[in-house]
Design a protein around this ligand. Structure first.
Ligand SMILES: [Fe+2]
Ligand SMILES: [Fe+2]
Length: 274
């Protein structure tokens, strides 16, 4: 299967990158299934139902969230009605929605998607992500009902994300990190066949501080004093993510490539640098 994962969509610029590019990519790259992280799509904080619909209409088959899952309050109700949106598996026990789902891709093939929050350097303590993932992987063995499995590991530390990759090696098609908004250069297929990239990067304007207009973050770093709110940068966006091709029988990765299209970052596509 040919799978695309896109990192955190950041505000208006990020939404524009997805709506302007994804429909064409689905055809040109013959994509079977697309996952988009939408946790920052609405003003950089959370995902509104209207913006979720925009990303789904652009061709996302599944939207994942993150620590900002419910910054937009309407998502608390909307996620119960829209099974294509996932919140982290190990979010609060009482949280609405779900953290994993078996989706149907082209040709009836099933794709397992889950999202989990890490613990290192996160503002709030979340329950152990490794045991949360273990439970879902045990009930959905790769190459069984699930022809492919994608795990979105949402956290700060690359060490924790790489550890999750090795923890899932041979049991998932792709472990990809989100949350930092900066793509890592460690794209690889692990020894037992799981593709890993510690962070997918964001879909947003990189003439910014992780997607936010530079002024206020710089002021806070330099003076230690906040003055304004953070607002998403609105310049030319880069679409950042990971492309994976999997073996339909085993679910393991055959090929993995970082994706960076448009904007300021060095460009990369499924067949290498562009
Ligand atoms: Fe994010
Ligand atoms: Fe996040």
């Amino acid at each position: 299967m040919r799978l695309l994962f896109l990192g955190d969509v950041m505000g208006r610029a990020g939404r524009a990158a997805v709506t302007g590019t994804l429909p064409r990519l689905k055809t040109d790259w013959r994509l079977d299934f697309v996952v988009v992280n939408g946790e920052n799509a609405t003003s950089g904080a959370g995902l509104s139902p209207a913006h979720a619909q925009v990303l789904l209409n652009a061709g996302a088959d599944c939207l994942t969230l993150g620590d900002h899952a419910f910054d937009q309050r309407d998502m608390l109700q909307f996620i119960e009605r829209e099974p294509r949106i996932l919140r982290p598996l190990n979010y609060a026990k009482t949280a609405p929605g779900r953290g994993h789902q078996l989706f149907e891709a082209k040709g009836g093939r099933k794709v397992l998607v889950m999202q989990v929050l890490g613990q290192v350097f996160m503002k709030r303590p979340f329950p152990d992500p490794f045991s949360a993932v273990e439970g879902v992987l045990r009930s959905h063995p790769l190459g069984g009902l699930a022809a492919a499995a994608i795990i979105d590991m949402h956290c700060e530390a690359t060490s924790e994300k790489m550890a999750m990759g090795h923890f899932c090696d041979g049991r998932a098609s792709l472990v990809v990190g989100t949350h930092t908004h900066v793509p890592t250069a460690d794209t690889q297929i692990l020894p037992a066949g799981t593709a890993l990239q510690s962070d997918a990067g964001m879909c947003g304007d990189y003439n910014s501080v992780i997607g936010m207009d530079k002024g206020e973050p710089l002021r806070r770093f330099i003076t230690g004093m906040p003055k304004d709110r953070f607002t998403p940068a609105t310049g030319e966006p880069t679409l950042s993510g990971v492309f994976v091709e999997t073996d339909d029988r085993t679910g393991k990765a055959l090929r993995v490539a970082p994706i960076r299209l448009g904007g300021r970052l060095q460009q990369a596509g499924p067949d290498g640098p562009l």
